[in-house]
Design a binder for this molecule. Sequence first.
Ligand code: B12
Ligand code: SF4
Ligand code: SF4
Length: 556
Amino acid sequence: MSEHYRNSLRWCIGLHRSLLSWPQKRPGCQRTGLRSPVTGTHKAPVTAHWQTRDHERAVKHTASLWAGGQKRFPWRGDFDVLAPCVPPLRFPSSKRQLVASRHDEAGSEHAPADQHKCEHIATVSLEGALAKDPVSTGVYAAVQDPERSTSTEHTQRAPASPSGTSRKRPRNMTPYRPVRSEVDYRALVDDELPRIVKGLGLGPTAVLALDPQHPGPTEQAKNAYLSWLTAGYHGSMEYMARTDRIQRALNYEQILPGVRAIVVTTLFYWPGKSGFTAPADAATPNRGTVSCYAWGQDYHRTLGQKLKQLAEEIHAYAGGQGRYYVDTGALLERHIGESAGLGFVGKNSLLIHPQLGSGFFLGEVLTTLPLPSKRPDLSGRGGCGRCRKCRTACPTAAIVEDRVVDARRCISYLTIELKDAIPEEYREAIGSLIYGCDICQQVCPWNQFDWEGSPTSPLFGEVPQDVREPDLLALLDLNEVSFQERFRDSPIRRIGLERLQRNVLVALGNVGNPHQSRARLVRFLEENESELLREHARWALDRIERREKAAAPFAG
Ligand code: B12
Ligand code: SF4
Ligand code: SF4
């Protein structure tokens, strides 16, 4: 047995003991007397997440991971070496799934802003067990390097702590106001809310009253969500599998203590069935396709500002406290939208409003006010019936079951969320798509309508061709400065230049005009140092070559 192995086993046994006695100890690594065998500098906190309820096994697994993973995970060095383990991986001695991940900036309102300073933090998260005991908190603190960290800062950020109680008020939370006793909540929901919503230019809006004993999703939704994570469908979006996020998704008290209702609202962007041109192909070469939700300003900002105002107006009127979300929080927004009565979840897993289709963003205001439910009158319409169009049309077969999308196969994930190389098996299927994918919505019968007047987006109006279908070769010419300039307000800015150009290279391989793109790709290869981009450029050249051969099999 190597010295490293013995050290780490000792460390983990100590860690386990400390967990058992954790409630008696003051949460702080100095007090635990434990020290991580990992030394050196780490760029970000790391989470090892087991989908198990068995503490002891998980701690033992941690020990062997830390010891056995020596080659990939040296005691001295940078946590980035964990990158090969980032996608879900099978731990050899166990059937349980391990997701080793870096904390991510996206998706969590708890991600510490200064996370790069948080050295030597790791968590062992035991799904299901956490609500009952402070294991996560304990480990979180225990593995901090005692020489470097302060106890309180990190333990305050521990996943198990409910938001808003011990910390500074989060940005998306309204200040607490005393509740006005004379408020008529029915009138607020029936008269005041529609007035505010209309003023803000928001779409259909509903109110979901929560059960104060169980402010969370239904059992069915909860199970669907946990199975989705267990299957690893979240891919490299590790923040989704973080225990603190799961806890918040399953118990809204963790997001806003005292929460009693959710106001769910919509913002429509769908340009209508005539708002699209056919995806670029060999006949319209060198043009990429951008999903219509990204044809204008980033919705996190647009809808975020409207939600802020909505939350402020409601609580200025009645008192109490609210917290708003669009997209980035832990909430299962579609499930909440469906429960609130805004529509039904289709086989493509999107929330569909029976009159207005699925082309909208969802936003929520959680409130401590005991608002009564208010469901829009949709006359009981909705449902997919025997239709399967989305499932048949999906180029990567990402809709693996009705209402279940394997994100790892979804083009939206591959072009937006995935940071590494796009797996080769999906590259051809991606076609000209360079940011997101609308296909399972374009084919849906519920989206086959045009807005009154012209086929324009109700949110973005008339959209220039270069925004909808940008010239791919021009995108290859961008540098950091011109990228920032061009996509300053767009959600595309989020993925950065390298990821965008990676997508552009795949699209060029699929739809680029051979004569125009070949020389540019060769030059790109000569000039570019990023191995990620160079590999995609080589693939694009090869694909162009194969396309040409297929088009003229007897030439040359
Ligand atoms: C992660 C994520 C993705 C991932 C994974 C998508 C997925 N289908 O899970 C990727 C990157 C692939 C993605 C793509 C897109 N996304 Co997205 N995404 C999210 C995010 C952040 C979380 C979704 C999530 O938790 N998924 C996990 C699954 C398990 O949860 P869920 O599907 O939401 O919840 C379901 C279960 O509870 C289930 N359920 C309940 N009971 C039962 C019972 C049974 C038997 C079953 C099987 C299921 C089931 O139904 C719920 C609804 O589907 C949400 C925002 C949010 N916080 O909710 C936006 C969100 C879902 N995305 C949105 C959009 C617009 C898109 C895209 C259209 C963008 C684009 N054009 O490229 C595509 C659509 C792809 C698709 N067909 O889903 C919108 C959807 C709006 C709407 N009308 O539904 C959201 C709500 C963002 C927003 N605030 O507007 N997205
Ligand atoms: S967004 Fe595209 S890739 Fe994803 S499920 Fe829909 S059709 Fe498939
Ligand atoms: S395309 Fe058909 S099956 Fe898919 S969501 Fe729309 S109605 Fe349902």
